[in-house]
Design a protein around this ligand. Structure first.
Ligand SMILES: Nc1ncnc2c1ncn2[C@@H]1O[C@H](COP(=O)(O)OP(=O)(O)OP(=O)(O)O)[C@@H](O)[C@H]1O
Ligand SMILES: [Mg+2]
Length: 275
């Protein structure tokens, strides 16, 4: 069966019109010949320092931005001529939890409204079915029913991230693209959300593209790893290979930086085979 998402040779250049020199154009090569496959049931970790192009790649994969070069396939179909309807089908299949999604929750909406929105707009679900689905979602992410009348500012960071996950799961996707889902959280809350992500994946059979600048986090959750630097993939492979015998000096630097963060291991357990 074809992969959920396949990207081949993706490049993206950003041109900044404003510059200190009149008429000059600054260019950023955000992505340079990047290829990636998100197979069904896979947990792929995309790791690299700030500004290396992770979110740009995610936005291109999900059709929110266009590559300058390269090919993008969903379920084996080239996306070049995709209509809005085609993309909406893709978004039901794979939901994108964008970086800082928690702070973008509508502050004037209660959680009931926030969770209802995708059920109405994407599934056209009638009220009784909606109420049942919302109960199910709350249970999946570990929130009590009385949270439904709360507003986003009445939530802690971890609770907010649970809401973001519930909203993404509302349409029963097969996969999630998670852009730095735990980086803004305290370490102990990070560990709880990572446990939840593991449980959800095992329960629902989800595929993950998990984006992080933190190798320790990726190691806990992902069975495949891609390391990016300056818009290029410099190393990729099974987790044990990348972590056990990194080929690139840069990967070793990231690994060293991640050392001392094995507090996650104690919370999550050391059974890597669960990925
Ligand atoms: N819309 C844009 N216009 C111009 N430059 C952009 C735009 N979006 C991203 N960039 C540039 O592209 C590069 C990659 O940015 P990107 O946000 O993809 O990095 P990232 O790896 O997600 O970083 P972080 O870990 O901080 O989220 C950066 O140099 C950034 O400044
Ligand atoms: Mg980013």
């Amino acid at each position: 069966m074809a992969a959920l998402i396949e990207a081949r040779g993706i490049s993206k250049l950003f041109a900044h019109r404003r510059s200190w020199w009149p008429g000059a154009r600054l260019r950023t090569r955000a992505l340079d010949d990047v290829s990636l496959t998100l197979a069904r049931g896979a947990s792929l970790g995309l790791v690299g320092e700030s500004g290396c192009g992770k979110s740009t790649l995610a936005r291109i994969l999900i059709g929110l931005d266009q590559a300058d070069k390269g090919e993008l396939l969903w379920n084996g179909r080239a996306t070049t001529r995709f209509s809005r309807v085609d993309w909406r089908q893709c978004w039901r299949q794979v939901q994108y939890v964008f970086q800082d999604a928690r702070s973008a929750l509508n502050p004037r909406h209660t959680l009931r409204q926030i969770l209802s929105t995708p059920l109405i707009t994407m599934l056209d679900m009638p009220a009784p079915a909606r109420a049942r689905r919302i109960d199910e979602l709350l249970e999946q992410v570990g929130l009590e029913r009385d949270f439904l009348s709360r507003y986003p500012h009445e939530l802690s960071g971890g609770q907010g991230q649970r809401v973001v996950l519930a909203r993404a799961l509302a349409v029963k996707p097969q996969g999630l693209i998670l852009d730095e889902p735990v980086s803004a959280l305290d370490v102990s809350i990070q560990a709880q959300i990572l446990v939840l992500l593991q449980e959800l994946r095992d329960q629902l059979g989800l595929s993950y593209l998990f984006i992080s600048h933190d190798l320790a986090v990726v190691e806990q959750l992902c069975s495949e790893v891609m390391v990016m630097k300056d818009g290029r993939v410099i190393e990729s492979g099974p987790r044990d290979q990348v972590f056990g015998s990194p080929q690139q000096a840069y990967t070793r630097v990231l690994l060293n930086a991640a050392q001392g963060k094995d507090h996650f291991s104690s919370v999550l357990g050391s059974d890597h085979n669960s990925c």
